[in-house]
Design a protein around this ligand. Structure first.
Ligand SMILES: [Zn+2]
Length: 133
């Protein structure tokens, strides 16, 4: 059983509250799940499930992100959180494409979606670093 300190949870939730309006996603309600176990065989520190219809997102935090916080890798944590929030931007298109395309395209779609989300993330992080956000 992993104990997530309140200071860590506050840090994550403050980051989301900072970034949500910057990404013009202030109308989304974002909640959190703190997982005890690392996802099997996956090097993931967070994941999001988006409900477009209800303007909700649930971010699942994995122990790896807590480890990053303990190691003071704040830049990595911010990148992860912005990435997860940016999934909201592409999710509808991605889910639709996934649903109506043959399975043979799914790996490619996953790859391209992750790349697009990360490119959007990089733009916003870079704008913040340049003081333009
Ligand atoms: Zn992603």
């Amino acid at each position: 059983m992993i104990e997530y300190p309140k200071t860590f949870k506050d840090y994550i939730e403050d980051l989301v509250n900072y970034w949500k309006p910057k990404l013009l996603l202030h109308h989304y309600d974002i909640s959190f799940k703190y997982q005890d176990k690392q996802k099997a065989n996956v090097d993931t520190d967070a994941a999001i499930i988006v409900s477009d219809r209800y303007l909700q997102g649930t971010i699942t935090i994995f122990p790896q992100l807590l480890k990053a916080w303990k190691e003071k890798n704040y830049k990595d944590i911010e990148n992860t959180i912005v990435h997860e929030i940016c999934h909201i931007i592409t999710d509808n298109l991605f889910m639709g494409a996934h649903k109506y395309s043959p399975e043979i395209f799914h790996d490619l779609l996953d790859h391209e979606n992750e790349k697009l989300v990360q490119m959007i993330t990089n733009i916003f992080i870079s704008m913040k670093e340049k003081g333009k956000l």
